[in-house]
Design a protein around this ligand. Sequence first.
Ligand code: ZN
Length: 137
Amino acid sequence: MEKIEHIGIAVKNLKISNETFTGILGIESYKTEEIESEGVKTSFFNTGPNKIELLEATKKDSPIARFIEKKGEGIHHIAFAVKDIYQEVERLKKQGYTPLSSEPKKGADNKLVVFLHPKQTNGVLIELCMEREDGKK
Ligand code: ZN
């Protein structure tokens, strides 16, 4: 694995939190994107080598909605950049980890992503992400 790519924060209201984080970080969000299949709307801030991803649920039964219901707003996941996501998934499977999806899927910000369940990772949802080749313009 390479660096921490971003930290995901679950928020109730993306518009309000965008303003909060713009104020804190002194920069504007560079991208807002809805991932319909995940029932989530995201907003990204580029804070140097790492990013902040804000996540708001767009459906009542989406993972972010359930997270906020259980734990309230806060840090939702830590994402690590990887060079070859398929190879990393194989490596982790050999160690007994069960990714939440059998295959990496399209995530926000032009990434292929896969998650490891917090049950196996000391309570922290871990995302592996890799830049998608086909998404380059
Ligand atoms: Zn993420």
